[in-house]
Design a protein around this ligand. Structure first.
Ligand SMILES: Cc1cc2nc3c(=O)[nH]c(=O)nc-3n(C[C@H](O)[C@H](O)[C@H](O)COP(=O)(O)OP(=O)(O)OC[C@H]3O[C@@H](n4cnc5c(N)ncnc54)[C@H](O)[C@@H]3O)c2cc1C
Length: 502
């Protein structure tokens, strides 16, 4: 059975108010912090995880949601990262089959380009072999006729063939939530809407944190602190010499499946710059993404997709041969914590996606990396923390993956208003704001977009466990739409195909 996150947060907050002390405090409830908290609690250390916003409200909510080896890293010659990520993908597929699903990808190419075909065939075989993936998923070439059979609703330019390979897809927020549920199961405490304002120092070492929660401030001692705040990891301490965090923004568009029906993923090369962009089924809709550019705005403000990014992605639609012009339902933009040397001006898509771990007495910092490789990143960060010698000896519990009793408890169900899921998560999902429920515990807000507007009273009925007054509902509803518009509202522009015919 999955633990109830509402109860876990309530108990943890009581402990915080008593200013209990901890073996380890982890800052940041994205996938990196969640993975560290889970492993730390499993190893027997008294662990507290603190998150300033909602659970999984940072980059881990705005990724492409692929659990993948990163074909791109192979193309860049980074075999080690590809092998590590591809093996992590295989292990996640086995651990949580309800959350991480294999997905066929069709890499589009022109049938006359024999060099491309040769290079892709060799690369995909290597990709398959490095992952030690199952035989049924070995790569295959498809002629234009065979490709057309797989995508009957699309009409590709004449001569478009494909190479098929397999990767996996998940819901990033769901991955964080399940990891947190496992952390709680091993005894971890956690609180969201709890912002760490300062690190405590004792002589030359970090000895805990100061946290703001419910308009109070608490000082919590800890033997070790791990800073897993992603793109914001430089807020407490600077990076090792000559390195800086370079926030790269990536944006995605979400379409209704009826407008863009996809039985599998497409790997496309953008006509403007040759970058690889994916178009894939997710949460009952179809996603097109991602862009990849330097984020020059304030990274502490919510991230928005620009008009140029939207136009860039929409310019791909003509390659799919849709019969009519379509409009996205929603979009999202995330910031990738990429490490760069001072003065480095490498193209965003060429910049390394490796993670970085650095330390000082009492503190380990970790940033960068991938959703897919979170488990090995957690082990690495904890090994460094343990080496400092402050933590008690390990007393590990067996590593037991948790699975839900009912599909509605699998985080983030798709499709139209899912009554059971809304009921379950409104009671057990540690909901503080309506947007926590509609945008991150379930994806109802994304997949329904503006169609959610007339459903307010139905949602109120289903979410009775929240026990909100009608004034609170009005307030939450208004807040929800502000957040939706800001983080997920698309620009009001014609799509590329419509522009051309206008
Ligand atoms: C566009 C895009 C697409 C991507 N696609 C993929 C993909 O398909 N597959 C893949 O494997 N990887 C992908 N990635 C990479 C992956 O999403 C990230 O590496 C990963 O989500 C980072 O997780 P994190 O926990 O380190 O950071 P975050 O998820 O950002 O978590 C950090 C958390 O720290 C919190 N925080 C910050 N300051 C404080 C404070 N003072 N007190 C308390 N909490 C604080 C933040 O609120 C945040 O929730 C993608 C990234 C981007 C941007």
């Amino acid at each position: 059975m999955l633990p109830n996150l509402s109860e876990a947060v309530a108990t943890s907050r009581q402990a915080i108010a008593k200013t209990e002390s901890y073996d380890l405090i982890v800052i940041g409830a994205g996938i990196t912090g969640a993975g560290i908290a889970r492993e730390s609690a499993r190893l027997g250390w008294k662990t507290l995880l603190l998150e300033q916003g909602d659970l999984a409200s940072g980059t881990s909510n705005f990724s492409s949601k692929m659990v993948h080896g990163g074909l791109r890293y192979l193309i860049q010659g980074n075999w080690r990262l590809t092998r590590e990520a591809a093996q992590a993908r295989e292990s996640l597929l086995q651990r949580w089959p309800d959350l991480v699903k294999p997905l066929p990808y069709y890499y589009l190419q022109n049938e006359r380009s024999l060099i491309t075909r040769f290079k892709l065939t060799a690369g995909l075989w290597l990709y398959h072999t490095l992952a030690a993936a199952e035989d049924a998923h070995r790569p295959r070439y498809l002629s234009p006729a065979a490709l057309a059979e797989h995508f009957p609703a699309l009409s590709f330019p004449t001569g478009t063939a494909a190479s098929r390979y397999y990767d996996a897809i998940c819901d990033d927020s769901a991955l964080v939530l399940r990891t947190l549920q496992e952390a709680v199961n091993y005894g971890a405490q956690l609180s969201h809407y709890a912002s760490v304002s300062e690190l405590l120092t004792e002589g030359d070492r970090i000895a805990g944190v100061t946290v703001r929660l419910d308009q109070s401030q608490y000082t919590l001692p800890a033997k070790m602190v791990i800073n897993a705040t992603g793109v914001w990891a430089d807020q407490f301490t600077s990076l090792p010499a000559n390195l800086r965090l370079r926030p790269l923004r990536g944006s995605h568009l979400l379409f209704a499946a009826a407008d863009l029906p996809l039985p599998a993923a497409l790997t496309l090369q953008h006509p403007e710059d040759g970058r690889v962009v994916f178009c894939y089924p997710w949460a009952g809709g179809s996603v097109l993404g991602t862009t990849d550019l330097d984020h020059l705005a304030d990274k502490c403000q919510p991230t928005q997709m620009s008009q140029e990014e939207q136009n860039y992605l929409l310019a791909l639609l003509p390659q799919l041969g849709l019969k009519r012009s379509i409009k996205p339902i929603a979009c999202w933009s995330g910031l990738r914590p990429v490490l760069a040397e001072q003065g480095d001006s490498q193209a965003p898509s060429q910049a390394s996606r490796e993670h970085l771990i650095w330390q000082q007495p009492g503190l380990v910092n970790i940033t960068g990396g991938k959703l897919t490789t979170f488990a090995s990143m957690a082990e690495e960060a904890l090994a460094m923390a343990e080496q400092q010698g402050n933590l008690p000896p390990r007393s590990p519990q067996a590593d037991t993956p948790l699975r839900p009793d009912k599909p509605s408890q699998a985080a983030c169900p798709a499709g139209p208003l899912d009554a059971e899921a809304l009921r379950y998560w409104s009671g057990a999902g540690a909901i503080e704001r309506l947007s926590d429920l509609l945008l991150r515990r379930t994806r109802q807000g994304l997949i329904l977009g503006r169609q959610l507007e007339p459903l307010q009273s139905q949602i109120e009925q289903l979410c009775q466990p929240l026990a909100w007054s009608s004034a609170r509902w009005q307030q939450e509803w208004a807040h929800y739409w502000r957040e939706f518009e800001h983080n997920h509202g698309c620009h009001d522009s014609l799509d590329a195909s419509a522009k051309r015919s206008a």
